[in-house]
Design a binder for this molecule. Structure first.
Ligand SMILES: [Zn+2]
Length: 248
């Protein structure tokens, strides 16, 4: 079974500064793997509140060096390495995201460019391209259980026509949908851009998840925006709340 725990569902500067929603990223758990994606401000307190154990994390993934994705990466590496007492865990990210001190705490540092892959135990992660400041990477995570499961994560990006091909045939796609329909901002996804990507996908996902919600998205009503996507694509869509879990 794969479990995704949405520790934080907020994104963008306003939501991050006001903490209208948590900005702690999400966990993906499968077998012995606990992968923490984009731990932003407040991660450790959120994990404590939600009874999630940061010492169990063995992979930290960071898509790019914006505060709401990156601020607590060093702290999560310190937890992963048992308060810095042992060299433990894997860091996955783009270019040079981690400072010298934290580099020496991980067992392995995996630097990926778009389309490059990393394999570990039952997972294979392929980095995906983004159109966004700081050139983030998203991913497609292929998890081998009794059946193969595929999770897509766009990270922060603008609409790119190739994303439809890239995220083809996923069970579930996590979109960082910062803005509501028609209120798009360059370099970010909005509801209409998500619809465009989904409409171009050949083998559609079973579930679309909206997270990394910005203030304008929260004002518009994330559930309402999710329903718009459902109506226009026929794909089940949810806008997650802090603490929400998906098991499949
Ligand atoms: Zn960003």
């Amino acid at each position: 079974m794969v479990e995704i725990v949405f520790l934080g569902t907020g994104g963008g500067r306003i939501v991050t500064c006001y903490q209208t929603r948590n900005t702690a990223g999400f966990l993906i758990k499968t077998g012995d793997i606990q992968m923490h994606c984009d731990p932003g401000p407040g991660t450790l307190n959120v994990m404590k509140e939600m009874n999630e154990n940061p010492f169990k994390t063995n992979i930290v993934f960071c898509s790019h060096e914006h505060t709401d994705h990156f601020s607590d990466v060093g702290l999560m590496i310190e937890c992963m390495s048992n308060c810095g007492t042992e060299q433990r865990g894997i860091f996955i990210g783009k270019e040079e995201l981690v400072d010298v001190y934290h580099k020496q705490l991980v067992e392995r540092e995996v630097i990926l460019k778009p389309y490059e892959e990393f394999e570990f135990e039952n997972i294979k992660l392929k980095a995906t391209p983004c159109e966004h400041d700081k050139n983030p990477i998203g991913f497609i995570l292929r998890i081998k259980e009794e059946v193969v499961k595929k999770i897509g994560y766009t990270s922060d990006t603008d609409f790119l026509p190739e994303l439809s091909d890239i995220f083809d045939n996923c069970n579930l796609i996590i979109f960082n949908c910062t803005r509501p329909y028609g209120k798009g901002l360059s370099n970010h996804l909005s509801t209409d851009k998500v619809i465009n990507i989904l409409n171009g996908i050949n083998i559609k996902p079973e579930l679309v998840v909206l997270t990394h919600l910005g203030q304008k998205m929260l004002d518009a009503g994330p559930r309402f925006e999710a329903r718009k996507i459902e109506r226009e694509t026929g794909i089940r869509t949810i806008a997650v709340k802090d603490g929400e879990r998906i098991k499949f």
